[in-house]
Design a protein around this ligand. Structure first.
Ligand code: AP5
Ligand code: MG
Length: 195
């Protein structure tokens, strides 16, 4: 299996690039943000609990998201591998993911960190907010999402850097330029794995 983490601040292009990676490499996409929004939409107890955190731009508690990931991995054993989008977002989530993957006899091959300047992140999200219907795509909540990212999520990159799995990529070009950089990173790793 080939498992990737797509990492980066809100608006860095995780969802956009995930779609392109799925098309080219056939990996199974797991986005905790999308899974949570589904639960909110269905007004399940989990969704109701998560919504207040999401609406204020705060991270949802670890046990909720780790539980969701565990379930998804169980439902999809085998396959070519997973692309984790927006997870892990704390060091505890990263540790839990390692344990879950070991139980499935697999591991993370790379964390791809998309780097985009703060002004560009805000521009993208405000623009998307005009059409997305996402309640968290507004000025004040965007600020808070970026703050949560800097405080709680950015340190997760160090966790993977220590394992030699961190790959920083410029996410400030066009969508296709960024995908080109991601592709060459993935292809290099795939070549190494088969040689
Ligand atoms: P989540 O859904 O993960 O949102 P996010 O990380 O805040 O980021 P986005 O999904 O908004 O951005 P993205 O990086 O996917 O960019 P995209 O491709 O969409 O999380 C939402 C909330 O759920 C969190 O705040 C939290 O409360 C909770 N949550 C989720 N996971 C959690 C976890 N693990 N733990 C705890 N809580 C969790 O692109 C953005 C826009 O830019 C789009 O309009 C796109 O078209 C455009 N765009 C993309 N690339 C480019 C480019 N190269 N040039 C120009 N425009 C571009
Ligand atoms: Mg996203």
């Amino acid at each position: 299996m080939f498992n990737i983490i797509l990492f980066g601040p809100p608006g860095s292009g995780k969802g956009t690039q995930s779609e392109k990676i799925i098309q080219s490499y056939g990996l199974y996409h797991i986005s905790t943000g999308e899974l949570l929004r589904e639960q909110v939409c269905k007004a399940t107890p989990l969704g109701i609990e998560a919504q207040r955190f999401m609406d204020s731009g705060e991270l949802v508690p670890d046990d909720i998201v780790i539980g969701m990931i565990g379930k998804k991995l169980e439902e999809n054993p085998g396959g070519k591998g997973f692309i984790f989008d927006g997870f892990p977002r704390t060091t505890s989530q990263a540790e839990a993911l390692d344990e879950l993957l070991v139980r499935n006899n697999t591991s993370i091959q790379t964390l791809i960190a998309l780097e985009v300047p703060q002004d560009e992140l805000k521009n993208r999200l405000i623009l998307r907010g005009k059409v997305s219907g996402r309640s968290d795509d507004n000025d004040e909540v965007i600020e808070n999402r970026i703050k949560e990212y800097r405080n709680k999520t950015e340190p997760v990159a160090n966790y993977y850097q220590e394992k030699g799995l961190l790959s920083r990529i410029n996410g400030n070009g066009t969508i296709d330029e960024t995908f080109g950089l991601i592709q060459s990173e993935i292809n290099q790793l795939l070549e190494k794995a088969t040689s």
